[in-house]
Design a protein around this ligand. Structure first.
Ligand SMILES: C[S@@+](CC[C@H](N)C(=O)[O-])C[C@H]1O[C@@H](n2cnc3c(N)ncnc32)[C@H](O)[C@@H]1O
Length: 213
């Protein structure tokens, strides 16, 4: 994956998701694939009483919109690189602030936020750079939560992710912990996303880090 220049990768990912945006909200796909990690993120943010939150690679804005409505928080941001996805997000909510930016260069001042979350997108990022950026925009004690697929997927999924031809990479649990630690986080939790039985083919995991001082 590292052999593909980052700009080329970002452009390819942006183009793909702009085209895929209209199909993304298909309800079975959302309920089975994407919703379980988002439910966990909402619970985490509620438990930590987070008030200034960004959802990075927010896609069509489903999670950021839920955060804003369910937690009644004033400062919720959704950041994504793809105009197609952001168009859908803007149509979904006027209460979330939608911004176009890459995960590796977030449009926030140092220490501006108390939570950074991202679901189903980390495999596309320059992971070390994105985590360093998450740390930069968090205040001390702020949390970063990353939900991502595990590297060993069933045959159908692994054709797209982590194959030798794939541009995306899902870190193994230990690798993810090391990425967090190297970026200046203490890993507070890491576990497999709780899912209904019939979607357990998705072996996704959530890792939560606390920004050390
Ligand atoms: C599978 S969608 C996930 C959307 C949403 N997070 C969810 O859980 O439904 C992946 C999204 O990641 C975005 N993305 C990929 N790489 C990115 C990067 N480096 N910076 C910002 N957004 C990125 C894409 O544009 C796309 O909207």
């Amino acid at each position: 994956m590292t052999s593909v220049p980052r700009r080329t990768l970002n452009e390819a990912v942006t183009r793909f998701w702009s085209l895929a945006a209209p199909a993304y909200d298909f309800s079975a796909l959302q309920r089975w694939a994407y919703r379980p990690p988002q439910d966990e993120v909402i619970t985490l943010l509620r438990d930590h009483k987070c008030r200034r939150i960004v959802d990075v690679a927010c896609g069509t804005g489903i999670l950021a919109d839920r955060i804003q409505r369910e937690l009644k928080t004033e400062q919720v941001y959704g950041v994504d690189m793809s105009d197609g996805m952001l168009r859908q997000a803007m149509a979904r909510s006027g209460d979330v602030q939608w911004l176009r930016a890459p995960a590796e260069k977030l449009p926030f001042d140092d220490g501006a936020l108390d939570a950074v979350v991202t679901t189903s997108a980390f495999h596309f990022f320059d992971q070390a750079a994105a985590l360093r950026e998450f740390r930069r925009v968090l205040e001390p004690g702020g949390i970063a939560a990353v939900a991502t697929l595990a590297p060993h997927q069933p045959p159908l999924l692994s054709r797209f992710i982590d194959s030798s031809r794939s541009l995306a990479h899902n870190p193994a649990p230990d690798e993810m912990r090391a990425l967090f630690t190297d970026a200046g986080f203490e890993v507070a939790d890491q576990h497999r996303v709780r899912r209904p039985l019939w979607t357990r083919m998705f072996t996704d995991r959530i890792t939560v880090g606390v920004r050390s001082a």
